[in-house]
Write a protein that binds this ligand. Structure first.
Ligand SMILES: [Zn+2]
Ligand SMILES: [Zn+2]
Length: 80
């Protein structure tokens, strides 16, 4: 299984849930370990994120909407 977005094969194209505009791919959720991570390091959320990353449904990416100035999550379907 590979994520075509992580591998640069396709661009992540999902509309913003709030405004429907184009969001920017900020990479995999697991890459957010620095001080600019969108999540507070609360234990509950850490567990939740980890479980998301290990589902077979897809690769969980963090996306950012410059219009709303908000981050959200997008699941990318992985390829066989
Ligand atoms: Zn990915
Ligand atoms: Zn938006």
């Amino acid at each position: 299984m590979l994520c075509p977005v992580c591998n640069g094969i396709v661009n992540l194209q999902v509309p913003c849930l709030s405004c429907g505009g184009t969001v920017t791919d900020c990479g995999r959720l697991s890459d957010w370990t620095g001080p600019y991570a969108p999540y507070e390091p609360a234990d509950a959320q850490t567990v939740n994120s980890a479980s998301l990353l290990h589902t077979e449904a897809g690769c969980c990416h963090t996306v950012y909407c410059p219009s709303c100035q908000q981050t959200s999550e997008a699941m990318v379907t992985q390829w066989e």
